[in-house]
Design a protein. Sequence first.
Length: 651
Amino acid sequence: MTHYVEIAFNLPLSGAFTYQVDDPDTCPVGSRVIAPFGNRSLSGFVVGHRDTPPEGVQKIRGVTRVVSSLPLFDADYLELARWISTMYFSTLGEALAAMIPGGRRESEMPALGSDEAEFSSEPEELSQEQLYAVEQITTANRRLFYLYGITGSGKTEVFFQAARKLLSEGRSIIYLVPEISLTHQVVDSIRARFSEESAILHSGLTPSQRLREWMRIRRGEARFVIGARSAIFAPVSNLGLVILDEEHEGSYKSGAAPRYHARQVAMKRCADHGGRLVMGSATPSVEAWHLMEEGVLDRITLTRRLSGGAMPVMQVVDVNRQNEALSPQLVEAIRETHREGRQSILFLNRRGFAYFFHCRSCGYSMKCERCSVNMTYHKQKNAMICHYCGYRARPVDVCPECGSLDVGYSGFGTEHIHEEITRRFPDLVTERVDTDTVRKKGELERIIRQFRSGDIDILLGTQMVAKGLNFPGVKLVGIVHADTGLLLPDFRAAERTFALIMQVSGRAGRFSPDGRVIIQTFRPNNDAIRLAAQLDLPAFYMRELEMRRALGFPPFSRLLRIVFRGKDKTETSAAAAAFVGRAEKALSGQGEILGPAECPLAVIARNYRFQVIVKARSFDDVHHALKRLLSRFDAPRQVYLEIDVDPVSLL
């Protein structure tokens, strides 16, 4: 008797595809198989069985090979994949491919060094605030919590001890961190405390290593899972707690289909399985702050640093009339810090040497040939590089437009600042941390280890030095250019700038009461910068929420963003306009439509980009209407649609 299976592929094609098999027991639901698709062989997941072929289908091809007859997921997990697919406008195959590792065989896990562990391998004695937090998270009738506390207030220890309590009750834990490469301290501590009970899922593993960890979780051998965004899909049973550390981080949002947010998936999984969700940050997202104010999230507050430190003294320096990248105030503070035998961190969220080549005669600026962004000059590589598509060009000394020699480079990145620090402080040891300098495996860990041991005087870097790093010797933090994020045409620009200043500032004075932060800015009166310097979070959130309410932006609406991209500008623009015409009828007043308009980054990799933004008054109604509309909307063959639910960036 012939048997049939339904297979979902990682393709933007809706529905599953039917194939025949000789023995259905060799490929149960949840197994991975290879099957012919057109003139290709593709890997796919078995998502169903059937006894008869689809009606009207004459010829059904057979499965080529069973990659794994052991199911990678069960029926509940398949339902989660269907929810992801529906919620985020992707196909079932795309959802499963994002959720499940792609390895084919198990391999040994690499060893991560533990010489930089920041947290104790043994449970620490908790403060009264921490004891109350653990008690609430593990026993209260509420299910959604927010652990809000200043940097260094012991949030991680609360997470650990709450996890231990629920593990002892037979429940499973998922612990999410924004970027695993920056959280070796947490990983090492979890390994020391939870040993064989723990599993790690992150991008540093090969697909096969990820699959090995996946199967350990699936078999119930590991009930404490730590990882970055996609670890929210870990196939744990009896889910008791999801921890979302540094909740405000944008990296919890996927940039490719399905464009899910780990926070929303966590809420879904906890609701389905009776688990608890605890988020934590010193700088909550505006949406999370609003939910705390509304009582949807149960706020638990930690108010003091446990290691003897205090919040640093903040100083704003107006650099409008200064020619140097480092102000006299910052230069003197670095010298004074070194004289005291302490360390400094300098932060600049822009890599490269200079980010703007321009002609003073005709106004020409060098932009990427493939993207509508300025090229960045990298001195060490002697190249102009586009940070969006990677395109490179040779630096020029003559304006390509008018031939003028009156040209120059403006702005500065970490490479430029590193050169200036080396010139000003030749006797100090300086290291630079950005994606250009830490590509070599182990380089980031080496620099962090040496800085912690005091062998480095100044650590200069991008966001890599802003998050989660804890150094006892740091007294001074200098923010070289606080305005970078404010220049972006995005309604979250102020929120991101505020959070980044607060997070970077949190590296100073964690172990001593004399920490100092110098914020260099061209906009000293901007609310995000002024209120960050005053450490006044409630005032910032109040002002930001007032602005969002007036404009009808989240959290007072929900957004859906549809991006049209294509090689032909006219065709792409016309497709976006045609979509808006139909959307206005389909939504019938249930949401406000903005656009079509060119994206702020109008061209990326030679693709023209237009966006339509829908502000949903009733999310479910708008979501259903768009789902129906998109199923009937035929864009030109060379125009591609990207649908983003609750986008975190509008660039």
